[in-house]
Design a binder for this molecule. Structure first.
Ligand SMILES: NC(=O)c1ccc[n+]([C@@H]2O[C@H](COP(=O)([O-])OP(=O)(O)OC[C@H]3O[C@@H](n4cnc5c(N)ncnc54)[C@H](O)[C@@H]3O)[C@@H](O)[C@H]2O)c1
Length: 342
């Protein structure tokens, strides 16, 4: 297939592009590079031997997306572009609603005009909100605890309505749990700008000396060691999930929307991740327990049964491999893509 990947220069997008290229698909990346580096395309070429073309375009610009689809006809799109920082979304809600929703309106409108109606969308476990206890399965009602989460709930609804209005659409809503890890080559990985919001990128920066110590937000949750439990999934497994979803949509007898959790199905605590990362880095990493962070829930993990059954996909890599691969990437790229090499 020829596949348009929005946000393809980003963390999850770059690993997904590698997987698509390795499976023989032809990829066109659209990314405005607002949270990524053009060097990613060089690294993808190093890994795959294929130069993937990049259009530096804001996906909210429907005219520009229409022009790209006219110039490079595709069979399907994977839509990862968007803003994703929870805290920033609380401070700048209008920017988050406008960017994330407009990106989806623009892409779906341009795709419909071009007659392309197969779409894989990056959703998130954040749509399970705070009301349920894990494991989370796809038919639970959706809600959110912050504007970023609401943009995912709303984009899912928009896509369900689009498919209801025109049954030719084939749409996958992929609800990612907590993506971590990096390509085993160490050549691509997560490169957060500014203060990392997530545990593993933060730990990676502690390990490389960019941060003093890990702050553990609360050790008085109702969990075995008192710290929060999350379903960490290796980004390589996530990339494989995109490929499986795309190929399943393309082979389906009929259109419609399908929702799949992409997670391992088990929770790992903050202290267990700290121990795993310390093993990977070969030394004890410093940490300090502080108060709970507003909006955090005690535990979240997926029920991945539907993805096993319908996609023939399951996550294979464990927390030690996730930390070892993250560490390889961080150690050899201590300041990310644009900094000097180690
Ligand atoms: N990383 C996570 O923990 C996580 C979890 C669940 C869902 N997601 C979703 O997965 C997707 C990818 O996340 P990621 O972690 O790879 O983030 P990322 O920031 O690394 O990737 C997003 C990419 O989109 C680009 N982009 C942003 N706005 C754009 C616009 N208007 N036009 C064109 N390009 C634009 C950025 O430059 C970046 O390259 C996002 O939609 C995110 O909400 C991420």
């Amino acid at each position: 297939m020829r596949v348009l990947v929005t946000g393809g220069a980003g963390y999850i997008g770059s690993h997904t592009v590698v997987r698509l290229v390795e499976a023989g698909h032809e990829v066109q990346v659209v990314d405005d590079l607002s949270n990524s580096s053009p060097i990613v395309l060089d690294r993808i070429e190093e890994i795959t031997g294929v130069r993937v073309p990049l259009d530096v375009v804001d996906v909210t610009d429907r005219g520009a997306v229409t022009a790209i689809l006219a110039q490079h006809p595709v069979d399907a799109a994977i839509h990862l572009a968007g803003l994703k920082a929870v805290g920033e979304s609380v401070e700048q809600p209008l920017r988050y609603y406008r960017t994330n929703l407009d990106a989806t309106f623009s892409l779906v409108g341009a795709m419909a005009d071009a007659g392309v109606r197969t779409l894989v969308f990056s959703s998130s476990a954040t749509v399970y909100g705070a009301q349920a206890s894990p494991p989370f399965e796809e038919d639970l009602p959706t809600s959110a605890t912050n504007p970023y989460g609401w943009t995912k709930v709303m984009q899912e609804q928009v896509l369900r309505d689009v498919a209801a209005g025109d049954p030719r659409w084939r749409i996958a809503l992929l609800r990612y749990f907590n993506p971590v890890g990096a390509h085993p080559s160490g050549r691509i990985g997560e490169d957060p700008q500014g203060h990392p919001n997530n545990l593993v990128p933060y730990l990676a920066q502690v390990a490389v000396g960019r941060r003093e110590k890990l702050l553990v937000f609360g050790d008085d949750y109702d969990t075995p060691d008192g710290t929060g439990l999350r379903d960490y999934i290796h980004v390589e497994d996530l990339a494989a999930g995109h490929l499986a979803a795309l190929e399943t949509l393309a082979a389906a007898d009929a259109g419609g929307v399908r929702t799949w959790n992409l997670g391992t199905g088990s929770g790992t605590s903050v202290l267990e991740v700290l121990a795993a990362f310390s093993r990977a880095a070969g030394r004890e990493l410093p940490h300090e327990v502080v108060g709970r962070r507003a909006g955090d829930i005690a535990a979240s993990w997926a029920d991945p049964t539907r993805a096993h059954r319908e996609l023939g996909w399951r996550a294979e890599k464990g927390i030690d491999e996730m930390c070892a691969d993250t560490w390889r990437w961080q150690e050899t790229n201590p300041a990310g893509y644009d900094g000097p090499p180690a």
